[in-house]
Each structure stands twice: as C-alpha cells, then as structure tokens.
Design a protein around this ligand. Structure first.
Ligand SMILES: N#C/C(=C\c1ccncc1)C(=O)NCc1ccccc1
Length: 255
C-alpha cells in the first residue's frame, strides 16, 4: 500500500515538473536572450512598463499582454528558433517591398515583423479597425491591446451571434475588405473567423494578424483575395448568408 502511494506521489511530482517544463518551453523558445534584450530596451525606453501573460501561442509567434505608459498593449513576439518560416517565404520573397532582404532566417523574421507593422498602419489609415501599431523592433511587434483589463476581445470564431447580428458584422467585414483593397492596396491573405476579433460593446469586427498581408502588386494577391472571400462566405453561411464569391469580389474590387 505504502509503496503504491510513494509511486503515485512520484508520478504526481513528475507531472507538475512536466507541466512546468511545458510552460517553460513556451517561454524559453520565445524568450531567447536576444528577445529579452529587446524587451529590456523597450522597457528602458518607457514603451513597456510591465509584461503580462500570454494571450495567444502559436508555432510562429506568441502574443503577450503588457502595460504601456498610457494604454494596454499586445506584444507579439515572432519565434526565431523553431518558426516555420518556410511558409513566410511564399509571401515575402515575391513582395516587391522586400525583394532585397538576405535569405537568412533572422532577416526574414525581422522583415516579416516590419511588414506586419506597416500593414497594420496602412489598414488603420484606410479606415479598417485594427490594433494601432506602436513599434516594430526586430522580431517584436507592439500594438494596441484590443480588450479590457487584460481580457482580449473574443475571436469571431468564439462569439455567439444571432442571424441579424451576424449579417451586420458580415457587411462590415466586406466593407473592411473593400477599404483594404481600394484604399490600402492590400489583401489580408489569411482572413478567417480566427483572425477577426469582435468588440462585444458594439459587435464591430477587428482585423488582426496582418504579417502575411500582401500588396496588389504581389503575383498571387487575387488568389489570396479569392481565398479570403471563400473563408468569410463559408463561416457566415451558417447564419443564412448566401452571397456568392463573385458577388463579393465585385463589391470589394468595384471601381
Ligand atoms: N495579433 C494578434 C492577436 C491577438 C490580439 C489580441 C488583443 N489585442 C491585440 C492582438 C492574435 O491572437 N493573433 C493570432 C495568433 C498570434 C500568435 C499565435 C497564435 C495566434
């Protein structure tokens, strides 16, 4: 009996340790030394006052909550170590804005982070609701936190909607896609219910994750736009919205 107890306790302890190492793993291969140095610099510049917990964790990046001098911030840290930057290649190497970068991993990640900053800026200026970008420093992007008191707004994916509410959001999403295209000369290129936040106060959509967004000059921009349109129609079809891809493309690209 005693022996079994001892084994169970040992197992529990190892489980706790395993969990810690799990958490540490997330922290460690994002918070590598160069990244910590940049965070330290940003805090010395008074841009970040305190770091909070992780909002989103993914294979390419992690987003953390942070306190800024005057507003809440989201700190997106692109992983250098194990990121699948191969996927990034397809977007960045054909982008006329980034043809001259050297083909090494760090430079690709730094260029990608700069690109997300620039794309957010352009989207904001075009009238699309996105997190206001604050600064891009190497593999770190700091932007306005979309949420309240450390709680991020929910993804469209996780928001319960009545049909009429969904229709209003759908119309705004299409309008934002049109503004991105006509005013910002951009295609989101990864638009879906996973990259749209919903402000619960007024049920307005917020586009996030624009690192992969491309200008219309990109050879595949129309294909990426078509895919965004299909994603949006697929998701909103559950609310009885029956628009056809061609109709949406006409609305977005209309002269
Ligand atoms: N940008 C951003 C995001 C949220 C956010 C919330 C509140 N304010 C600003 C941004 C976000 O989750 N992006 C998706 C993502 C990024 C990294 C790993 C997994 C998933």
């Amino acid at each position: 009996e005693k022996k079994i107890k001892r084994i169970d306790r040992a197992k529990d302890k190892s489980r706790v340790r395993e969990k810690d190492s799990e958490r540490l793993k997330v922290e460690e291969n994002v918070f590598d030394v160069p990244t910590l140095k940049i965070l330290y610099t940003l805090s010395n510049k008074g841009i970040i006052k305190a770091m909070g917990g992780a909002i989103s964790t993914g294979k390419e990046a992690n987003v953390f909550y942070a306190e800024g001098p005057d507003k809440e911030l989201a700190v997106k840290i692109y992983r250098i170590a194990s990121s699948t930057f191969k996927a990034m290649d397809a977007y960045i190497m054909k982008d006329p804005r980034f043809t001259n970068i050297r083909n090494n991993k760090r430079d690709i990640i730094f260029a990608w982070t700069r690109k997300e900053f620039q794309n957010l800026k352009r989207a904001k200026n075009a009238g699309v609701r996105v997190p206001e970008p604050v600064i891009a420093e190497k593999n770190i992007l700091i932007m306005e936190f979309m949420g309240e008191k450390e709680r991020p707004y929910p993804l469209l994916k996780n928001t319960y909607l009545e049909d009429d509410e969904a229709k209003l959001i759908f119309d705004t999403v299409v309008e934002y896609m049109r503004l991105l295209y006509k005013k910002a000369n951009l295609v989101h290129a990864d638009l879906s219910e996973y990259n749209i936040l919903i402000d619960p106060k007024d049920l307005t959509p917020i586009f996030i994750d624009m690192g992969q967004s491309v200008t219309l000059e990109h050879p595949n921009s129309r294909e990426f736009l078509y895919r965004d349109v299909q994603n949006i129609l697929r998701f909103f079809s559950r609310y009885g919205i029956k628009d056809k891809p061609e109709e949406l493309l006409k609305k977005i690209q209309a002269e």
